[in-house]
Design a protein around this ligand. Sequence first.
Ligand SMILES: [Zn+2]
Length: 135
Amino acid sequence: MHEWALAEAVIKTALNVMNKEGGKKIVELNLVIGELQTIDMDAFTFAINELIKGTAMDGAKINYEFEKPVFKCLNCGYEWSIESLDKLLNEDEIEAIHFIPELSHVFVKCPKCGSPDFEVIKGRGVYIKSIKIQE
Ligand SMILES: [Zn+2]
């Protein structure tokens, strides 16, 4: 159900943008999905494809792009991506972080100052990168 709610929100947002711009139809939609987002892509794309039927988005080309997580230390301001964690963590820990982002605070520490106090600045949630509208 989580995927349907997300898909619904994405479509609603896209249609709102189209209406604001005075368009008639959405021909292309580029979505960015954070890799820390717990989402079943099969269910999500299915929901999107079902929900756009009969809307101004029907037949639109939808592209999905994945975004690597980026963390920012709240203590020293250092930013780092999760790829660099491969050396610090084992596969199970990385897997755990992907499924439960909150767990990252257990495993992840700032590589520069060692502080466990950080925020996830990229790689969470789903957002619309761009929309192609036909007038
Ligand atoms: Zn730091």
